[in-house]
Design a protein around this ligand. Structure first.
Ligand code: GTP
Ligand code: MG
Ligand code: NA
Length: 453
């Protein structure tokens, strides 16, 4: 069995400390250089085994004995203001496992719930990092990097306080159908979610967090990580024009390998694109792709799992969230073109039936919202990417004549064009706008309920 690096997504509410946690592990200062201290785009960085070993210290001994030792970790940093829906992979997730970061003094917040819903619907296992323990009032700073030791050094009242905060999380998770416990009380890691108190600032608890994470991965995820007979594929996170490189795509390679001479197959809105990379560019280990300390290195081949950049003039207009296939010959090009076409067909909705009109920013959010609407039994007439146009409103208007609760437009993280706004006002078509998926759906459902009363 040849095991690849697990892809670990770090999720949580805005400012819960996701980037700070990764900075602490990498020894970087990415968070301090972000505009307004806010993560704007998904990032990725590779943590080599050496780093994990160093961080875990004596805890690494047990991990090292595993037959399925992981060759490092690919961590994905996500913006809290936006969910990580684009880490999609054929209706599931590109993430093998996740760290859900929760601010210990704030508990669950809107994007914590949002992240959890996506984890739940895409069946991604996760651990909870209860961050900012150093900010618990009365918390005594100590020298140890191990949280179990640091807790023992606290006054009894602080220990009780922390326990209370842990049980608040346990309570919230149980409402959502999860069993969870502080990691040092977990008996069965397969059925209970481990909660690890940490401080990204002081680093306490990070060794335990990493060792729980790697332990879970080595024990339960071998099948996913095994590279035998896996089709090479990845996911496009972002496409942009870069000085000196031209059009580039930030890509996560999930399985297999890509060579410079291979063709890649990706999706635009109305076409499948086949192109050869002008360059494959790999960031250095421990460098954040969004903010590397060193230049990306041009390489002839990349093996999963990895975050990297592809340069090619034909990438312009490729959809964020598109699957990327690697083709070695014309038969494979034909096969993957068909696959992407059928994937796109299943993502976009365009029917004659009565249903709501939905416009989204990316394939990932579109897929997630359609899925959630389906679960709340709301039919969808049209679901597409891009701004809300006058045409969308006119479509909703026609639907309203048959069903006044379905004749509306849902807009997720997209602009509403001025003539669309005007049309909605003159035709009294309701527009629901939001940047948080579940409040978009909740607000719509609440309106339907109120209007039916
Ligand atoms: P977004 O990417 O914007 O969603 O935020 P984030 O989750 O990446 O949080 P970030 O790392 O930007 O941290 C937010 C703020 O919390 C920063 O001012 C950090 O310095 C602070 N912070 C993060 N972790 C800790 C911690 O463990 N203790 C304390 N005291 N502050 C922390
Ligand atoms: Mg961040
Ligand atoms: Na932040």
């Amino acid at each position: 069995m040849q095991i690849r690096q697990p892809i670990v997504a770090v999720l949580g509410h805005v400012d819960s400390g996701k980037t700070s946690l990764l900075d602490r592990i990498r020894g970087t200062g990415v968070q301090g250089r972000e505009a307004g201290g806010i993560t704007q785009h998904i990032g990725a960085s590779f943590l080599p085994t050496e780093t994990i070993k160093e961080m875990c210290g004596p805890l690494y001994k047990k991990l090292e004995q595993s037959e399925n030792k992981v060759p490092g970790i690919l961590v994905i940093d996500t913006p809290g203001h936006e969910v990580f829906t684009n880490l999609r992979s054929r209706g599931g997730s590109a993430a093998d496992i996740a760290i859900l970061v929760v601010d210990v003094n704030r508990g669950f917040q809107p994007q914590t719930n949002e992240s959890l819903k996506i984890l739940q619907s895409r069946k991604v296992p996760f651990v909870v990092a209860l961050n900012k323990c150093d900010q618990i009032s009365g918390w005594r700073k100590s020298e140890t990097p191990f949280i179990t030791q640091a807790i023992k050094e606290q006054d009894a009242s602080i220990q009780t306080d922390l326990d209370q905060k842990i049980y608040d999380v346990v309570g919230t998770l149980s409402i959502l159908g999860y069993k969870s416990e502080a990691f040092y009380r977990v008996e069965d890691f397969k059925s209970e979610i481990a909660i690890v108190p940490i401080s990204a600032r002081s680093g306490v608890g990070v060794p335990e967090l990493l060792s729980v994470l790697v332990g879970l991965t080595q024990q339960y995820l071998q099948k996913r990580l095994d590279q035998d007979e896996k089709e090479p594929r990845g996911i496009v996170l972002e496409v942009k024009d870069e000085v000196g490189l031209g059009q580039t795509a930030n890509v996560i390679l999930i399985d297999g390998s890509i060579k410079k001479e291979n063709s890649i197959v990706v999706a635009k809105r109305d076409a499948v694109i086949v192109t050869k990379p002008k360059a494959l560019l790999l960031p250095k280990p421990l460098d954040e792709m969004r903010d590397p300390r060193d230049k990306f290195k041009p390489v002839p081949q990349i093996d999963a799992a990895a975050g990297f950049k592809i340069a090619s003039p034909e990438l312009e207009g490729v959809l964020p969230g598109s699957t990327l296939y690697v083709a070695k010959n014309t038969e494979e090009i034909a096969k993957y073109t068909k696959l992407i076409e059928s994937e796109m067909k299943s993502v976009f909705v365009d029917t004659e039936t009565n249903g709501v009109v939905l416009k989204c920013d990316t394939i990932g959010s579109l897929e997630a919202i359609v899925e959630m609407l389906k679960r709340s039994q709301v039919p969808v007439a049209k679901a597409d990417i891009g701004p809300v146009t006058r045409h969308d409103v006119i479509e909703a208007k026609a639907i309203k004549e048959n069903d006044r609760h379905l004749g509306i437009v849902l807009a997720f993280n997209v602009k509403i064009l001025p003539d669309a706004k005007e049309e909605s006002e003159t035709s009294h078509i309701k527009l629901f706008e939001d940047k948080v998926i579940y409040s978009l759906i909740d607000n719509y459902n609440a309106w339907v309920e109120e209007d039916s009363a």
